[in-house]
Write a protein that binds this ligand. Structure first.
Ligand code: PEP
Ligand code: MG
Length: 981
């Protein structure tokens, strides 16, 4: 979009003639650093070919294609000449919009200017403007494209009345992403209004994201009142941006061809709405010009069309475009036609001999095919479908040398690589014969089912078999088949129609409140790819039957969750960071992983032997026999250590010299509390309560929450529960608590900030937590089935509750929440609520760490969330595909913030936990203990290993490691320094 800033505009320019004005423009581009010297000649050469005058006192000088080598960056400069210049073609120019464009970006600029040109009095206003802002405002009118295309049509819908049709049309608009639920709700309340000729209309401007027009027609003839019902239009109105759509309706009614829509297919409906009557004679031709229909070829086209002496209209053959007069230069440029796009020319043949119309159409089509005055090359759809990828030079991997990546999940793995490369599918969007496409789709669906059945048989039970059976069910879904067939009926190829149906269903799935259901979107796409692979004759990668290390670009959490843990020994990804959710899941599943290894790992051949060290974030390609033997020895040691750690998991966590550091588990689901205890957790150190909220379709009420939390307090059987209050907003949206769109969600309404905007929600949660941790009645004291008897010294009656507030930045926020908490303690009778209870804050924002001395007197404890603390201290998005690899919690800046926090807390007799991913990093454990951290909370699976790690050093050593780490300048230096010890 042309977004002009005042700096792009030069007011009050003067030139004696048009050549001097061009020189002035060239100089402006040069001064702005957009072009080099040679571009000036390009501007003159282009003007010598034909005038760049556009209309309404505006000319748009730009260089010839040959002069593009002098363009350094794409941009524009606008020069105002209040006195005007006589242009060489006899027109008077007041504004030059001078373009430096490397490819066809200037087409978009032209397209926008054509909208400006239609406005009356614009040339006088441009000449008289005395501020740069005014000129920018006059030229930068934002163009909102209204939608009307095959996706907004719902033809042959089995409705019983006009209201059902109206709703079907509204639902289409919602599926097309043009409206939200509020729009559909208002349509449901409306009675359709008669437009005449059997057409009806519903309209609203509520919940509209893009102006659009939908049409639903009935599958069977319907009557409404005395008249037959042809169809119901549904208009999503927005400002004046939908006026063009209304004009189309009026044109349709004026032409008297509304009846043609009854039972019509999408192409006919779109043609009538584009202004073509049933008697129109049409011809389609592809634009071949490298840079589309820019000003010069458009001008040629207009001249050829004018020479025919009949009224010719033209539109883009695909999409929603309205037909425009082929003799209007601004309208033709306004089409924005790019190379490869087909144009549809039409002539109303009602009062014209058919051969005259055909001759005229043949002439314009020939002119387009011949390039409209430019040399053109034929269009090869297969080759031009995708833009060429920029060439990336990737260093080859050196064999037998450890390579660095980011440690994401501990453990050592030795196995051949299996590189997951998703194939590229290339296919035409449109196809000629729907019957053939339907047959192709049927065959591909059958073959897909056969493939899946064979895989289920091979998998012989277990999680993988379950997932594959679910894929089989998805493949049989008749709604998916129906959606694809509708696409085919509208002229799409089997591939395009199928993928569109899959994407639409996957997107709808992603919107579901239930997180697990939402994650099924990835499964749908998997199924979709299988069928697409069959249609395009492209084989999908098949993992080997023997153990392997999975090498991939990146893996989503659902990919990781679906890994066949029996065969995947390790994960190595090109992108991702240690705190990405896929890495967190890999740790939860106990699969060693190194991430952020760079694209070159994707160049590995399948079966290349790899050693993957998830503790250090290293991997070695094709190791020598010697290195392999030593890695195998380490692996055997590791297995022995794991077995020993498991044996000792119920011993209290302490360093070799007996310094106690509690080791607790991080949970997102209270049902897993019992498992955490079984793994040796001494409590829950972080209950991410937002996952409980996300698993409900609506805000869980008080008693639902009490039940959820009680599941944890009961399973913990006297061990402490540290529950974090709702931490949503930003990147973790809660579907039933919408937050306005934000440019920087990580710096927006999230955590406690968001919770405080609805204190009643926070109050209910605090109340539920307090109630769930009320001391157990005598009858409840028997240990739950499968739970070990409580460790010695655990008071069975008590249910210690620690509540912590997420994303607190300072004391002000803490006090607001504390006020609610204090009131609840007063209000709820002591017998009905927790008595052993504390209120603390998470240290996740650097300001909170820096202000810890002011927080410590008022809070009961701190828990350091190193994932977010690192993100905010280092200004690196924790989920950034490339940068998050540098987001290392062992960075000395983060360690200093933890040190400040611990010092401030201990000075007030308060305790400090660490519940971010750093707490389970074997290198970081002694450093955190040395800094004085009292509790480490890690994923349940890591509990035995972290306890074992604590037993490997004493407090003195830990302090020395902390001192060493704090003195380093970078995270790498910290890791190096600790490794050589
Ligand atoms: C953290 O930020 O370190 C943390 C534990 O919270 P979460 O990962 O849930 O944001
Ligand atoms: Mg956090």
């Amino acid at each position: 979009m042309l977004t002009l800033t005042p700096d792009d505009i030069l007011l009050d320019c003067h030139a004696d003639d048009w050549q001097a004005a061009l020189d002035h423009a060239a100089e402006a581009l040069l001064q702005a650093g957009l072009t080099a010297d040679g571009y000036r000649e390009g501007l003159h050469a282009r003007e010598a070919q034909s005038s760049t005058f556009l209309g309404n006192a505006i000319a748009i000088p730009h260089g010839t294609p040959e002069s593009r080598e002098h363009v350094r960056a794409t941009g524009v400069r606008v020069l105002q000449f209040p006195q005007g210049i006589d242009w060489h073609d006899g027109n008077r120019v007041h504004v030059l919009v001078t373009i430096a464009a490397q490819s066809d970006e200037h087409l978009e600029i032209l397209r926008q200017l054509t909208h400006v040109l239609d406005r009356e009095g614009i040339s006088e206003r441009l000449a008289a403007a005395d501020s740069r802002g005014e000129i920018a405002g006059l030229l930068s009118k934002t163009v909102v494209e209204p939608r009307l295309d095959a996706d907004t049509l719902c033809l042959g819908f089995p409705a019983r009345d006009s209201q059902e049709l109206a709703l079907a049309a509204a639902a289409r608009l919602r599926q097309a992403g043009c409206v939200e639920n509020a729009f559909v709700a208002t349509v449901a309340d409306q009675a359709p209004r008669a437009l005449g000729q059997g057409l009806w209309l519903v309209a609203s401007d509520l919940g509209v994201t893009q102006p659009a027009l939908a049409l639903a027609t009935p599958a069977h003839p319907l009557n409404i009142g005395d008249a037959g019902l042809v169809g119901v239009f549904c208009l999503a109105a927005q400002g004046d941006a939908h006026h063009g759509l209304l004009e189309r309706l009026v044109t349709l009614l004026e032409s008297g061809s509304a009846g043609d829509l009854a039972g019509a297919d999408a192409a006919t409906v779109l043609a009538r709405l584009a202004g073509e009557t049933a008697s129109a004679i049409t011809a389609t031709v592809r634009v071949l010009n490298a840079h589309g229909l820019h000003a010069r070829p458009a001008k040629q086209l207009v001249q050829v069309a004018r020479a025919q002496g009949v009224s010719i209209r033209v539109r883009l053959a695909e999409g929603s475009g309205q037909a425009v007069s082929a003799t209007s230069l601004t309208k033709v440029i306004g089409l924005g036609a790019r190379r490869g796009q087909p144009l549809l020319f039409s002539i109303d043949g009602s009062d014209l001999p058919a051969d005259a119309a055909e001759r005229a159409l043949a002439a314009v089509c020939r002119a387009v095919t011949e390039g409209l005055g430019e040399a053109v090359a034929p269009f090869d759809e297969g080759r031009e479908h995708h833009l060429p990828e920029p060439e990336v030079i990737i260093e080859p991997l050196v064999e037998n040398e450890p390579q660095t990546a980011v440690a994401a999940s501990p453990g050592l793995a030795i196995a051949p690589a299996f590189v997951l490369r998703l194939p590229r599918f290339e296919y035409p969007e449109r196809a000629g014969d729907p019957a053939t496409e339907n047959r192709r789709l049927d065959a591909a669906l059958l073959e897909g089912e056969d493939q899946l059945e064979a895989l289920v048989r091979q998998a012989r039970g277990g999680e993988v078999a379950q997932i594959l059976s679910m894929h089989e069910e998805m493949l049989k879904d008749s709604e998916l088949h129906q959606a694809a067939r509708e696409g085919i009926a509208e002229g799409a190829s089997a591939e395009a129609a199928w993928w569109h149906a899959i994407e639409t269903a996957a997107r709808a799935q992603e919107m579901l409140a239930d997180r697990l259901l939402a994650e099924r979107a990835a499964d749908l796409r998997d199924v979709g790819r299988r069928v697409l692979g069959i249609l395009c004759n492209v084989a999908l990668p098949k993992p080997p039957d023997s153990p392997y290390i999975l090498v991939a670009d990146d893996l989503g959490p659902s990919d990781v969750a679906r890994l066949d843990t029996a065969r995947v020994r390790g994960l190595l990804t090109a992108r991702g960071g240690a705190t990405a959710h896929s890495a967190i899941l890999a740790r939860a599943l106990g699969i060693p992983a190194a991430v952020g290894a760079g694209e070159r790992v994707l160049t590995l051949s399948n079966d290349t032997l790899l050693i993957l060290d998830g503790d250090r974030g290293r991997y070695t390609v094709a190791p020598s026999e010697e290195r392999l033997a030593s890695a195998e020895q380490r692996l055997a040691d590791q297995r022995r250590r794991e077995a020993e750690a498991w044996e000792a998991r119920h011993q209290p966590a302490a360093t070799r010299d007996g310094h106690r550091v509690e080791v607790a588990a991080n949970l997102g689901n209270t049902a897993h509390a019992q498992d955490a205890v079984e793994r040796g957790a001494e409590g829950v150190g972080l209950l991410r309560t937002e996952f409980i909220f996300m698993a409900h379709a609506a805000m869980p009420d008080l008693m639902t929450q009490v039940e959820e939390y009680r599941e944890a307090t009961e399973a913990l059987d006297g061990r402490p529960l540290v529950a974090r209050t709702l931490d949503v907003g930003g990147d973790k949206p809660l579907p039933y608590w919408p937050v306005p769109r934000e440019d920087n969600p990580f710096l927006g309404l999230r955590g406690i900030r968001l919770a405080l905007t609805r204190p009643e929600v926070l109050e209910t949660q605090l109340r539920a937590l307090l109630m769930a941790a009320a001391p157990a009645a005598e009858s409840e004291q028997a240990p739950a089935a499968g739970v070990k008897a409580p460790a010695a010294g655990v008071d069975k009656k008590s249910r210690p509750l620690r509540i912590m507030l997420p994303m607190v930045k300072d004391l002000g926020e803490f006090r607001q929440a504390r006020a609610i908490y204090d009131r609840l303690l007063e209000e709820i009778p002591e017998t009905e609520r927790a008595t052993d209870v504390q209120l603390g804050v998470m240290i996740e924002i650097p300001s909170a760490a820096l202000l810890a001395p002011t927080l410590a007197p008022e809070v009961d404890f701190f828990s350091v969330g190193t994932n977010d603390l690192t993100q905010y201290a280092l200004a690196i998005d924790r989920g950034h595909p490339e940068l998050s690899a540098q987001s290392d919690g062992l960075h000395p800046a983060v360690l200093r913030l933890i040190q400040l926090t611990v010092q401030a807390a201990h000075a007030q007799g308060k305790w400090v936990g660490v519940c971010g991913e750093l707490a389970s990093d074997a290198t970081a454990v002694p450093v955190l203990v040395g800094l004085g951290v009292d509790e480490l909370s890690v994923s349940a699976r890591q509990v035995p290993l972290v306890k074992a790690r604590l037993r490997e050093f004493d407090l003195e050593e830990a302090r020395a490691q902390a001192t060493l780490a704090l003195a380093q300048p970078t995270a790498e230096a910290v890791r190096d320094a600790l490794e050589v010890r």
